[in-house]
Design a protein around this ligand. Sequence first.
Ligand code: MBD
Ligand code: FE
Length: 282
Amino acid sequence: TVQHDTPTAAASGAGATERFKSDKSGGGAGTPPERVDLLAREVLSAVHDTIRRHRVTYAEYNALKAWLIDVGETGEWPLFLDVWVEHVVEDVATEHRQGNKGTIEGPYYVPDAPERGSHGTLPTRPDEKGAPLTWTGQVRSTDGTPLPGAKIELWHADDDGYYSQFAPGIPEWNLRGTFTADGNGEFGIGTVRPAPYQIPTDGACGRLIAAAGWHSWRPAHLHVKVSAPGHEQLTAQLYFPGDAHNDDDIASAVKPELMLDPEPAADGRGETVVYDFVLDPV
Ligand code: MBD
Ligand code: FE
């Protein structure tokens, strides 16, 4: 492969940064000054306390400064924040829910993936690697009412751990699609089982992981966003039992409620799984 066809942290970082700027960067505008003052002061004071408690040196301060510059230059602010911070924001934002548990969105969501109907398959390449996975389910409200027309947006990495639109050489909407629940709120999705995922190791986040002696793995996961009129949108990820990283996800995004229970398919082709969603009314 030539250089520009090789997936790099900087290229996926640039993609994630662009994506964020166009979809979400206006979201926090209008945060009142009292709130900015409070939060900024508390975060800075936590940093100051750490410096005093551990007698941080100039060498360490400069290492941090170099690293922060590097995070920006490799475009990894979305990755860094989503891996090490978003899970707490998500917990706080969804703690009141009666319906499905959710988890973090991560940096690789793209809105408006092509429609696949109520029962269909995600777009795959002819030689797509990974065991076939057939998933059926129903979307309901917390009172048990089915939600016909609910939207299920699904996206996941390929067997090499790459997401379309964030790594080179993958068709634009590969392994991304939008499904619409039928008159009973039911849906059926065919895809391939994803592989465990390693966050890019050749950027600033990878350098932090190496310097701290951590690992860079997330368990295999399917990302979803589920929405229906009059209901809170659910952002979740679904996981597979037995994955080596279910208990030590680098992004701290696994919850027991999000574990799938796949079974070998009756026709011998891969696996089938049933997983329903329950949405909270707004
Ligand atoms: C991912 O695929 C992901 O889901 C998260 C949360 C962070 C980095 C890469
Ligand atoms: Fe992911």
